[in-house]
Design a protein around this ligand. Structure first.
Ligand code: COA
Length: 372
């Protein structure tokens, strides 16, 4: 049997044309992330990940129209949120449940062929934004907001969240964040999605599984915890003592480190610049300064570089977005990548079935209960 690779480090588990990380550079279907972050609209990236090419005008228009159409949820979903919105249900838990629930209203969800089509994909990609935003509103006792046809995906997310038209600068920043988080080769949640559908299960099952994986603090859950850390550090003078204490206790500092990138995360520089700008605009530059000091210290002391989650935290915080919505926002963006990988898995499937190295007891014999 092959040797154990803990955490599957270095194991090649799939072929993909969706995205690649080569020499610390991230590309989506051959386009450098730097190019896309500066130029692309999230909807173009969705199309790119699903088709391996950028859309023409007519294709982009059609995709946008369908996304808009599918963003409206069945009223029973809002009511469903009301049932548990009064409790302390984390938005990622609500999202995991509600992605599963929306399949109930999709008459093609169980149809093997239909459950694997682009139509399912667009439907899920559209509704995931509405699920996150409407849960955020319903739990505050507010009415859900229907999407606005004049806004793009990024704009509609902010609009459905707050019920007010976002500014152009906010839409631009949010769009960039969505583009930067859309795909990332075989990260834990994407691998989870591919595993789930490798049994030829439906697309909803793949996304539910992926949401569950993203929720963890070592993956998408890190961005929310970065903000918790920043709120514990009250001033720049406290950074040294705070980080020294964590390092001494061998605690992980959220937003640092990466399995694949060892010389820096190519997405982080954009989020850092966005964070600098938006914290300055909102009079919260101190948060940025504290973040930079933490990042410099982590690099100097542990050789660890800030990843995508570190500066995204202050970007979303400065947009007045509640901290427990940071990871759901990651999910909204990453759904595009999950779906791209799910579609790829369906096209060239073999069930995922690795082996385990058994290290338990052997040669035992059943004992009647009274003898145990
Ligand atoms: N803070 C402090 N130490 C860290 C660290 C962090 N954020 N990330 C890694 N390390 C240290 C580990 O303690 C370990 O040290 P050791 O060899 O002395 O035991 C070493 O660096 C390797 O880390 P490891 O956890 O084995 O790496 P991994 O490839 O298994 O895990 C992450 C990668 C991303 C899960 C890990 O870096 C992490 O937990 N980061 C914090 C969570 C986070 O930001 N996740 C979002 C990723 S985009």
């Amino acid at each position: 049997m092959a040797e154990l690779q803990k955490g599957l480090e270095g194991v090649i588990a799939a072929e993909t044309k969706v995205s690649s990380i080569i020499d610390s550079q991230l590309t989506y279907a051959g386009y450098d992330i730097d190019d896309l972050a500066q130029n692309a609209e999230f909807e173009e990236v969705i199309f790119l990940l699903w088709h391996y090419r950028l859309p023409n005008e007519a294709e982009l228009k059609e995709l946008k129209e369908k996304l808009f159409e599918y963003m409206t949820l069945n009223p029973r979903v809002y009511n469903h949120f009301k049932e548990y919105a009064t409790g302390n249900v984390h938005p990622m838990t609500a999202l995991r449940t509600s992605v599963s629930y929306i399949a109930h209203f999709d008459e093609h969800a169980e149809d093997e062929e239909e459950s694997q089509t682009l139509e399912r994909a667009i439907r899920i990609q559209a509704k995931i934004a509405s699920l996150v935003t409407s849960y955020a509103r319903v739990r505050e006792g507010k009415e859900a907001v229907k999407p606005n046809k004049d806004l793009n995906y990024a704009g509609n997310f902010l609009y459905m969240l707050r019920g007010e038209l976002p500014t152009d600068i906010e839409v631009e920043a949010f769009n960039k964040a969505l583009v930067l988080h859309a795909d990332h080769e075989l990260n834990a949640s994407t691998f989870t999605a591919r595993c789930a559908v490798s049994s030829l299960s439906d697309m909803y099952s793949g996304i539910v599984a992926a949401v569950g994986s993203l929720k963890g603090p070592l993956h998408g859950g890190a961005n929310e915890r970065v903000m918790s850390m920043l709120s514990e550090v009250k001033s720049i003078d406290e950074v040294d003592a705070y980080i020294d204490e964590k390092i001494k206790n061998k605690e992980k500092i959220m937003g640092f480190g990466h399995r694949v990138y060892k010389d820096g995360d190519p997405r982080a520089k954009y989020l850092k610049e966005m964070s600098r700008k938006i914290t300055a605009e909102t009079g919260q530059s101190q948060l940025f300064d504290i973040s930079v000091k933490i990042a410099d210290k982590m690099k100097a002391e542990k050789g660890l570089i800030a990843n995508v989650d570190f500066f995204s935290a202050t970007v979303y915080h400065s947009m007045n977005i509640e901290h427990d919505l940071f990871t759901p926002i990651f999910a909204v963006s990453r759904t595009s990548g999950w779906i791209a990988h799910i579609l790829e898995q369906y096209r060239d499937n073999r069930i995922m079935r690795p082996r385990a190295h058994y290290i338990g007891e052997t040669d035992r014999t059943y004992e009647p209960i009274e003898k145990r």
